[in-house]
Write a protein that binds this ligand. Structure first.
Ligand SMILES: Cc1cc2nc3c(=O)[nH]c(=O)nc-3n(C[C@H](O)[C@H](O)[C@H](O)COP(=O)(O)OP(=O)(O)OC[C@H]3O[C@@H](n4cnc5c(N)ncnc54)[C@H](O)[C@@H]3O)c2cc1C
Length: 296
């Protein structure tokens, strides 16, 4: 049986910070990560609020630095998706397709997943041109990309993708919900158009592009684009718990065996600095519990 003191689900800022802190306490966690080490921040155009970078730093660079520090700490990483977490006696069983690892302490630092557009079904041809994160779109040049959303992520994606592409942001409301610094930058960027009050009524696709049909103040309007990116909110990534809910594990949390760190538990307050802090606190609490048997 493969048993560890601590398992961590997710190697974004929260999981990385927790793992590094545990290593300093001479506890070797096993970290599970589906994707590259570094987390969601890789998509950020410019991170201006993480101390230590007076001129700001691109999300890609920051996540690269996180990855470098993680790799230097010789932390066990399992590049697999956690599919199930179940209690097993006094342990957690963390299961992927190929592995089961048992642990006494579990840190859930799995972040969020994008909310899906389910107002109406999308045809197969349209579906191939739809995205929920900008990963694959970042290599595109000379394309038109429509982004649906009104929050920080929509505006931030627009800034990143506008390098070499034409962007239109479609907001169904009249007002934006993003930080002033982002809307100010969008206003100055000639490669980005912004359309508020746009209500989508249909999305159809063809070999050559996508048509987003909608209304503005009751009048029909069609937007033509090569690609469509939805940035319409994010939800905690907790699919590996039975029924997608951690409610049966509350006792484990109260007893100090289960911890949630970062975006997965932070609701609207999703920021790198908060995730890093959560990760460090979880690691310190685990160390204290192992050493002194104290929970808080
Ligand atoms: C466009 C954009 C711009 C942003 N700009 C800023 C900014 O300027 N400043 C700022 O502070 N924050 C910014 N953020 C927010 C920041 O990226 C997050 O707050 C931060 O990345 C959260 O860290 P985390 O470790 O909690 O979660 P994440 O970074 O989401 O990491 C979670 C990790 O868990 C992995 N995972 C999930 N489920 C599983 C599973 N079942 N098995 C294995 N692995 C799994 C994921 O692959 C991921 O790597 C921005 C976010 C976006 C999208």
């Amino acid at each position: 049986m493969n048993t560890k003191d601590v398992c961590i689900i997710g190697a974004g800022p929260a999981g990385i910070a927790a793992a590094i802190q545990l290593k300093r306490c001479r506890i070797s966690p096993a970290v599970f990560e589906t994707d590259r080490v570094g987390g969601l921040v890789k998509y950020a155009n410019l991170v201006e609020n993480y101390p230590g970078f007076p001129n700001g730093i691109s999300g890609e660079e920051l996540s690269g630095l996180f990855r470098e520090q993680f790799n230097r700490s010789s932390i066990d990483i399992i590049h697999e998706t956690v599919e199930e977490v179940n209690p097993d006696d006094n342990l957690f069983r963390v299961k992927t397709t190929h592995n089961s690892v048992y642990c006494r302490y579990l840190i859930v630092a799995s972040g969020t997943r994008p909310g899906k557009f389910d107002d109406f079904p999308l045809s197969g041809k349209a579906a191939g041109r739809l995205f929920y994160d900008p990963g694959l779109l970042r290599t595109k040049k000379g394309k038109s990309i429509a982004i649906v959303g009104a929050g920080d992520a929509a505006f931030d994606y627009a800034l990143s993708l506008s390098r070499g592409n034409d962007i239109i942001i479609l907001n169904r409301r009249e007002k934006t919900r993003c930080l002033p610094v982002l809307s100010e930058k969008i206003k100055k960027n000639t490669g980005i158009k912004y359309q508020c009050g746009f209500r989508i009524v249909d999305i159809s696709g063809s070999e050559s592009g996508i048509v987003i049909s909608g209304t503005i103040s009751g009048k029909a309007k069609k937007i033509y684009a090569d690609y469509l990116l939805f940035a319409i909110g994010r939800e905690p990534a907790l699919d590996f718990f039975p029924g997608g809910s951690c409610k049966h594990f509350r006792e484990k949390e109260r007893e100090g065996y289960l911890y949630f760190a970062g975006d997965v538990k932070r609701g609207l307050y999703r920021q790198v600095a908060i995730s890093v802090g959560d990760g460090v606190i979880a690691a310190m609490r685990i160390y204290r519990k192992i050493r002194e048997g104290k929970i808080k």
